[in-house]
Design a protein around this ligand. Structure first.
Ligand SMILES: NC(=O)C1=CN([C@@H]2O[C@H](COP(=O)(O)OP(=O)(O)OC[C@H]3O[C@@H](n4cnc5c(N)ncnc54)[C@H](O)[C@@H]3O)[C@@H](O)[C@H]2O)C=CC1
Ligand SMILES: O=C(O)CCC(=O)C(=O)O
Length: 439
């Protein structure tokens, strides 16, 4: 019997522009910001634009329930994610975040920014990201280990050295990567160092990985500053987030003579016009967990951070920090995005109008994944490089990528963010086109 034609709106073939409902759910969150960024790039993609829908649809989304025994004998359930946004250019690659505000929208956006970033620096990866909605500061070490191991087992069905390779992000570190590597190896029956990067050096990790993101921020920031005639050696710098990325970037800038005058983290905001003592501040953070309580600095109300009179602003904490509300108050000439997604599209427009140069996340913080790539290559060949070689290769890749992006921005008269997306999306969609669609 022939079937009745589907009623209007019930077509079995969704029109290309109608996204699945879960991709439309959060227009204001980080995923919504990413979609707006993609829309700004599509007009520049020429014939490849017909493949652009690919960029708006993550390839694979895994949501996992993570039950663990707590120390008090109860069982707690945590919400975990791993999203593979695009795997056209190679296995998925991107960090794992443990934070109480993790959402699916956030992990989807972070995975998509990984696709763009990996293509921008031309490392042979797609983009992925993972996260657990948890405040890890509230867990004992045993609880943290059990949660990490259970999460790894749950996402073990989609990760692997040739499939998807996690790494550290907010609140995750070398120890977490060691547990992930061990769990995956136990479950698969052989030691598999290449399943994660950012591991301890004694376990197949790479020299220079811990500092790599901050070093990349410094390298690209220095190149950008040169283009606008900004002297790093006399610059006043404000940094939001003083963890792996912000701490290392702050240290490298201060070593050139730049003054780090304001730092904000989850514990508070501190200021010193003459420049903070960065090594002492890093030690204070190691000892206490926050910049709060650091001697020899004024305490600022958190909201005042955006008014600080500085030359360079480095957001290195979380998404959506620079918004339409505070973008008009920022005094810096240049913003170097250490964090992923710190600037909303509306804020981007305000900054561009005010002639503030924004060096976007998808190129500025790509140093971490670049050295992760080196780590993965070293693990496969079981041949390890010295740190000088690693840093030299990192700087070369970052400078080359930035020069290409700068040129596109000049030629097309677009922002550095749009220019980076143009370069990266062309690479991604070109491979999509070459690979075709069957089976
Ligand atoms: N670790 C890496 O290799 C890479 C990290 N990133 C991005 O850099 C950013 C920072 O990551 P990591 O330094 O690795 O994390 P981390 O966990 O080492 O440090 C995070 C920092 O952000 C601060 N922070 C958290 N909530 C805050 C708030 N509400 N206000 C102000 N500060 C707050 C924390 O106090 C801490 O100083 C994230 O956006 C991450 O995705 C990007 C590329 C690579
Ligand atoms: O090193 C990696 O694989 C990814 C780091 C990361 O999560 C990022 O660049 O945002």
């Amino acid at each position: 019997m022939s079937q009745a034609p589907a009623a209007l709106g019930e077509s079995p073939i969704a029109p290309a522009s109608s996204l699945p409902s879960y991709l439309q759910a959060d227009k204001l969150g980080p995923w919504g910001n990413y979609l707006q960024q993609v829309d700004r790039v599509i007009p520049h993609l020429g014939n490849l634009a017909r493949w652009a829908e690919t960029l708006k649809r993550p390839k694979r989304i895994l949501i996992v329930d993570i039950p663990i025994h707590m120390d008090d004998g109860t069982v707690a359930h945590f919400e975990g994610y791993r999203v593979q946004h695009n795997v056209s250019r190679g296995p998925g690659k991107g960090g794992v975040r443990f934070h109480q505000d993790v959402t699916l929208s956030e992990v989807m956006a972070l995975s998509a920014w990984m696709s763009v970033k990996n293509a921008a620096v031309n490392v042979p990866y797609g983009g992925a990201k993972g996260g657990i909605r948890v405040d890890p500061k509230k867990l004992s070490r045993g609880e943290l280990e059990r949660m990490t191991r259970r999460y790894t087992s749950e996402i073990g069905i989609i990760i692997g050295p040739n499939k998807d390779i996690p790494a550290p992000d907010v609140n995750t570190n070398e120890q977490i990567m060691a547990w992930m590597m061990d769990t995956y190896s136990m479950n698969t029956g052989s030691t598999s160092t290449g399943v994660v990067t950012g591991k301890p050096v004694d376990l197949g990790g790479s020299l220079g990985r811990r500092e790599a993101t901050g070093r990349g921020v410094f390298t690209v920031g220095t190149e950008a500053a040169r283009h606008i005639g900004l002297d790093i050696a006399t610059a006043r710098v404000a940094v939001q987030g003083f963890g792996n990325v912000g701490g290392v970037a702050g240290k490298l800038f201060s070593e050139t003579g730049a003054r780090i005058i304001a730092v904000q983290d989850h514990g508070g905001t501190i200021f010193r016009e003459a420049g903070l003592d960065v090594p002492a501040l890093l030690q204070h953070v190691t000892d206490t967990g926050s910049v709060a309580g650091f001697a020899d600095a004024e305490v600022l109300a958190d909201e005042k951070f955006w008014d600080v009179d500085c030359d360079i602003l480095i957001p290195a904490a979380l998404e959506q920090q620079i918004t339409a509300e505070n973008a008009g108050r920022i005094k810096a000439r240049m913003i170097i995005e250490g964090a992923n997604g710190p600037t909303t599209p509306a804020a981007d427009d305000i900054l561009q109008e005010r002639n503030v140069l924004v060096v976007p996340d998808v190129i500025a913080n790509a140093g971490g994944v670049t050295v992760s790539y080196f780590e993965w290559v070293q693990d496969f060949s079981s041949f390890f490089w010295d740190e000088e070689e690693i840093n030299a290769r990192l700087v070369k890749i970052m400078k080359t990528a930035f020069a290409g992006v700068w040129q596109v921005a000049q030629e097309k008269k677009v922002s550095l963010r749009t220019a980076t997306f143009i370069v990266a999306c062309q690479r991604i969609l070109h491979t999509r086109e070459l690979r075709g669609l069957y089976p």
